[in-house]
Every structure is written in structure tokens, then in C-alpha cells.
Design a protein around this ligand. Structure first.
Ligand SMILES: [Zn+2]
Length: 342
């Protein structure tokens, strides 16, 4: 409770009335000098208090335009403090009682986070992947290759002449699709991963003996080569790494300490988004393959045949294969046919 003397101006006449002012709870009560009952009472939150200016008298504007003036700086400072606090609480209370507004804000937040995950992160990841120097990509890729070689890959068992012919075919495709000295074809025997192909960020493209055996001729491998070359050129590998890191960062910022929530709950959104990302990259790589084949062979037929055969051979649930992380073959074949119509 604060009490002080002041001068009251009613806002209509210039007459000044000496009064006592008492603040109690969230209100201020005004008494004429001798009365014990207040002549008026106003909620503090509805009053405006002028800011302090040296030792000048301060004014408290009441809701109807009346004004209290006092030289008691300490008392006004206290009122000012209470006034700010009650206004703040009023705002919070107002927000709480407006559940529609709160729901709207929540929906907006979810929408913004979703937009950021769907568009912001891929954009940032693309920019980040573009700025990775070649030397770093080389190191990262060589390390990955070492791991593959020690676990899954053994030297190819195909005849040397066949490998040489395939290398020449690969080089021709690399040249026609925009020459790139970085691109290299590596062939391995790798029974654990079956008929398979994948690209390392440095430009090394790995294919397995089983994949080559699956093709009836080298033309059927053209689409697969262009698909993998597209992954290298569009830096899909690095972008996936950066995107996953970005999604992980956003989710941990939203839910707090990731380590403390169950791993499934944390992994699920990342997984869903990742699948979406990878499907998009696969579509882009297939589009590149389709366009190349239409330009050079008039048709995507050889690639479609190869995809169909791959899907028939690839055992479900086997090690990550050219098929496992890719969209359904039916969808991919339909996209290739649509590309031809254009
Ligand atoms: Zn792919």
C-alpha cells in the first residue's frame, strides 16, 4: 500500500483540489482531505503515468481525463512499477483467455517450422554443399571407400576386356553429359549388396559385378551411369548429410535435449523428412538419366527395362540397394514415360 498527497484536476475546469491518494491492490483511491470515503476509485492498469523528468512533478492521468499531480517521486515510481506489472499481466491473461489466438499462434509456429524444414533446410544444405572444397570431398569419399572396401567389396571377377569396354562407355557418357574429369567408374565383386550402384561425392561411381551381369548389354547400363553421375554433379550425398544435420538441429531446438527423449520419437521425423528428401533426389537423378537417353537414344526404354529387372532381382529387405531407398519402380517408370511424351 502506498499513500501520498496530490493535486486533482478534474480535466474540465482549471480548479485544483488538494487530495490524498492511496494505492491498494490493483486500484487507486482518491480522498478529499477530511473524508474517510474515497471520492473516486480507478483501476491502476487504466491510468497513464508520465515518465520521470528530473525533479518535476509527475502526473497520473485517470481514465476519464482527470489528472493527479504530485511531487512525491518515490510514490509515483512505485505506482509506475505496479502499473507496468499489471499491464503485462493483463496482456498475458488476455492471451490466455483468447484460446483461438493461442491456437492460431501454435499453428503458425508449426507451419513456419514445416516450411523451414521443407524448403529452408534443403536450400541451406545446397548452398553449404556447393561451398565444400574438392579436397574435402576427396578425403570424405576416400574414407567412405576404405570402409566399403574393408567390409563389402572385393576385386571384380569380370573379364578385363569387358571392364575396359565399360570404362570407355562410361567415359563417353560422362563426356556427352558435360565432360567431367573427376568422374571414375570402379567395379567390384560385392555379393552382400547384390546388383547395386552408388556414387561418392568425389565422383567415384561404384558398380557391382552383379549389376553388370544383370544388364543384357552396355546400353542398358547407360541410364544407371547417368543417374549416378547426376547424384555426383548435384552433390546429393553431401546435401543429404547437411539436411539430416539441419533437421536434427531444428528438432532438438524444439523438443529440448534430444538425448533425454526416446530415440524412436527423435528419429521418426528425421526419417520421414529424409525419405522425402531422398525421393526428391532420386527423381532428379532419374530425370537427368531420362533426358540424356531421350537426347542420345530417342527413348528411355533401355533404362526402364533395367529398372524393372533390378526390382525383380533385388531381394526385399536386403542391404541398402539401388532399389531400397528409391521410390517404387512403377512410379519411376511412369515418370520416365511422361518425360518421353514431353
Ligand atoms: Zn539414386
Amino acid at each position: 500500500m502506498t499513500e501520498f498527497t496530490a493535486t486533482l484536476f478534474d480535466g474540465k475546469r482549471s480548479a485544483a483540489h488538494p487530495v490524498r491518494v492511496r494505492q491498494q491492490g490493483g486500484a487507486i483511491y482518491v480522498y478529499t482531505q477530511d473524508e474517510t470515503d474515497p471520492v473516486r476509485m480507478d483501476p491502476l492498469a487504466n491510468c497513464q503515468i508520465t515518465p520521470p523528468l528530473g525533479q518535476t512533478r509527475r502526473a497520473i492521468y485517470l481514465p476519464d481525463g482527470a489528472r493527479l499531480e504530485t511531487g512525491n517521486q518515490e510514490a509515483v515510481a512505485q505506482l509506475d512499477h505496479l502499473n507496468r506489472h499489471s499491464r503485462g499481466m493483463q496482456w498475458v491473461h488476455g492471451l490466455e483467455s483468447r484460446w483461438k489466438l493461442v491456437l492460431c499462434s501454435l499453428a503458425t509456429l508449426v507451419f513456419c517450422v514445416w516450411i523451414f524444414i521443407a524448403y529452408g533446410i534443403p536450400f541451406l544444405a545446397e548452398k553449404a554443399a556447393e561451398s565444400v572444397p574438392a579436397a574435402v570431398m576427396e578425403t570424405v569419399s576416400d574414407r567412405a571407400l576404405d570402409r566399403f572396401e574393408s567390409r563389402l567389396l572385393t576385386p571384380t571377377e569380370l573379364p578385363e576386356a569387358q571392364i575396359a569396354e565399360l570404362r570407355a562407355h562410361f567415359r563417353e557418357i560422362a563426356r556427352r553429359s558435360g565432360d567431367d574429369q573427376q568422374l571414375r567408374l570402379l567395379v567390384y565383386k560385392a555379393p552382400q549388396i547384390g546388383a547395386n550402384a552408388f556414387a561418392l561425392p568425389s565422383g567415384k561411381i561404384l558398380v557391382t559385378d552383379d549389376l553388370i551381369r544383370l544388364a543384357e548389354n552396355k546400353q542398358e547400363l547407360s541410364g544407371v551411369f547417368v543417374h549416378e553421375i547426376a547424384h555426383v554433379r548435384q552433390r546429393h550425398g553431401l546435401r543429404t548429410v547437411f539436411q539430416n544435420a539441419g533437421v536434427f538441429f531444428v528438432i532438438s531446438a524444439l523438443v529440448g535435449d534430444v538425448a533425454s527423449i526416446t530415440s524412436t520419437a527423435a528419429a521418426l521425423p528425421t526419417m520421414l523428412v529424409q525419405r522425402g528428401y531422398s525421393r526428391e533426389f532420386e527423381r532428379q537423378a532419374d530425370t537427368a538419366a531420362g533426358k540424356y537417353l531421350i537426347q542420345n537414344r530417342d527413348s528411355t526404354r533401355t533404362y526402364r527395362r533395367m529398372l524393372k529387372r533390378l526390382s525383380e532381382k533385388s531381394p526385399a529387405g536386403a542391404a541398402p540397394s539401388m532399389m531400397a531407398t528409391h521410390p517404387a519402380v512403377k512410379v519411376r517408370i511412369r515418370q520416365l514415360k511422361q518425360l518421353e511424351k514431353k
